[in-house]
Design a protein around this ligand. Structure first.
Ligand code: OXD
Ligand code: MN
Length: 589
């Protein structure tokens, strides 16, 4: 036992009585204990140790083919009142859900060990950090939590001996039965129950379940924000660093932006980019009234396919030691890993993500699952911010929303003010691509990229954003929207993206410091085309002008789509946002 906290001990005892494990192991976070678990997982085949020279301390793990992604349709927010979960979440009453799941956990760990994992989301000792305890029967979970969180006995220091403010996470692989898979949140009880999955997003309970769903609810009640945002710092040649936080839906390049490599024109002047986080930001007003952010996580749970030396050299470098790979291909010649988009040289003598023999040169099948992942320590990242462990967090100058829009949204625009910025975030959307099932170009609204992650009523969440703006007043970050995905008539992306996105970030920072004028359009402030630096690009200012074009006809359609989307929130949609929509329609004429 690593704590005297009676609230923890009582709850752990209750869960032991329910799950009936053969043994209970408290995870202290020591390397010796982790090494013993790595050895055990290697002996049972749960983890496969990779080439110790090329990938020291790295392991491969495979999940069952029925268990490779987050399951939004089996994810629940269980609040006493249905209306508190809102129209976007699946809801069930806590009483009914506990009654349904309790028998499923009864005796589920017989013959297994229960691991008790204390962890901190956020630097230990930070006023923004919070403690969680996850109980699990999976060594894979323990070893991933060791990378993704500050795990072990030190995490209890923050809690003290009497506090009840910790998130109770209970996970069991059970039989990994997809029909009985549940990812359930009880925000009113600080509790998460996950059963019948062993896939990261469903079982690393510190991440989406705690740091977004439960934390968004806590943040609303306690006056802070939990957001699906990367955090990055841009250092100028004088050594001053400005930070931005940015929210994008999945598959829109958050990890790539978080670790971007500055283009030559900026690098040669001495600009640098620092990664504070790639997925989640916890934000709270600081003593000076500005909004400060920490990354509650301690590692990256990134999508492997498409990660390569060109798209994201910093992410790739992060995976070269101490990393767990899940569902990628195994090169049998040298015990290294491979995934689609890594390089043009797939292994011939390999196993695919399911463990079947696979020849990358001749096979039609994919070697890695499209949602295969790396779990890599943040400390491995060559551009990890020196402020990564700063308990106070970093001050945020700008918040950026973005999605994938072929025609509608311009390359970048700034909201008129915070309220308008909340409107912009609440109407965020991304278009489906040919790669996904269903019609192409269909708009899926994903407010603030939180659609799958908001732990309460989305209308109240918008209200919380508005309240935070009131509180921050003129110290509030400026709010922007970007779109890297405008296409030409042949469907090709016009904007080069990747590191060149820094050119847009530079305009954003200039706006925050009042260094550059803007053009007023019906949707917000836009750059003058010549204010986006195109030096060294194959496109010029004329193309930038096209990328900034706002088509009133498309925007009228957009406004109609927003009205339809808003309707589901009924009277829990803040009046301010209705007013914003009316004002947009008026400006469009
Ligand atoms: C993630 C996600 O894994 O957003 O970060 O799905
Ligand atoms: Mn995410």
């Amino acid at each position: 036992m690593l704590t005297k906290n009676q609230n923890v001990l009582k709850w752990v005892d209750e869960m032991i009585a329910l799950c009936k494990p053969d043994q209970v192991l408290w995870i202290d976070g020591s390397e010796e204990q982790l090494d013993a678990l790595r050895a055990e997982a290697t002996a049972t085949g749960e983890m496969y140790p990779l080439n110790p020279e090329k990938l020291p301390g790295c392991y491969l793990h495979r999940t069952l083919p029925n268990d490779v992604a987050r399951v939004e349709d089996r994810t629940f927010i269980c609040t006493t009142k249905e209306e508190d979960a809102g129209p976007i979440n699946n809801w069930c009453s806590p009483a009914e859900m506990y009654a349904k799941l309790t028998p499923m956990y009864d005796g589920v760990m017989k013959g297994r060990t229960m691991y008790v994992i204390p962890y901190s989301m956020g630097p230990i000792g930070s006023p923004l950090a919070k403690v969680g305890v996850e109980l699990t029967d999976s060594i894979y979970v323990v070893l991933n939590m060791a990378i993704m969180t500050r795990m072990g006995k030190d995490a209890f220091e923050n809690l003290g001996d009497t506090s009840d403010d910790f998130v109770r996470g209970l996970h069991s692989k059970a039989d990994i039965d997809p029909e009985k898979r549940y990812i359930v949140h009880f925000p009113e009880d600080n509790t998460i129950w996950s059963i019948n999955s062993a896939y990261g997003g469903n079982v690393l309970l510190g991440k989406k379940c705690f740091a977004l769903r439960i934390a968004s609810y806590q943040g609303k009640n306690e006056g802070w924000m939990a957001e699906h945002m990367l955090i990055l710092g841009i250092e100028n040649p004088k050594g001053e660093v400005k930070y931005v936080a940015a929210a994008f839906p999945s598959a829109c390049g958050k990890t790539n932006l978080a670790m971007l490599v500055p283009p030559e024109i900026y690098a040669k002047q001495g600009y640098k980019v620092w990664c504070v986080g790639d997925d989640i930001a916890w934000l709270k007003p600081g003593k000076d009234g500005r909004l400060y952010a920490i990354n509650p996580e301690n590692g990256f749970f990134g999508v492997a396919p498409g990660t390569n030396q060109k798209s994201n050299p910093n992410a790739l470098a992060s995976t070269r030691k101490g990393t767990i790979f899940t569902n990628v291909a195994l090169n049998l010649d040298d015990d290294t890993v491979w995934w689609e988009g890594l390089d043009k040289n797939p292994p011939e003598h390999a196993l695919d993500w399911t463990g079947k023999p696979w020849n990358g040169k001749t096979s039609e099948e994919k070697g890695a699952h499209p949602n295969s992942r790396f779990t890599a320590p943040a400390k491995n990242c060559p551009c990890v911010s020196p402020e990564f462990d700063n308990p106070q967090g970093v001050p945020i100058s700008a918040m950026i929303f973005g999605g994938r829009r072929a025609k509608t949204a311009p390359l970048v625009y700034q909201s008129f003010d915070w309220k308008h910025g909340v409107f912009v975030g609440s109407t965020m959307a991304s278009e489906t691509t040919a790669a996904a099932t269903g019609a192409v170009g269909v708009v899926r609204r994903d407010p603030m990229a939180m659609r799958p992650f908001c732990g309460y009523h989305m209308g109240d969440y918008f209200g919380h954003w508005l309240e935070m703006g009131e509180k921050l007043g003129d110290k509030a970050p400026k709010i922007f929207n970007v779109n890297w995905f405008r296409t030409d008539d042949e469907g090709h992306f016009i904007w080069p993206g990747f590191g060149d996105n820094m050119r847009v970030l530079m305009w954003i920072l200039d706006r925050c410091e009042d260094k550059v004028d803007a053009v007023t359009t019906p949707i917000g402030f836009e750059p003058k085309p010549e204010d986006i630096n195109t030096e060294g690009l194959s496109i010029g200012t004329d193309v930038i002008a096209d990328l900034l074009n706002v088509d009133p006809a498309l925007w009228k359609e957009e406004a109609a789509g927003i009205r339809e989307f808003y309707a589901q929130f009924g009277d829990r949609l803040p009046q301010e946002l209705r007013d914003q929509l009316d004002a947009l329609e008026k400006r469009l004429g």
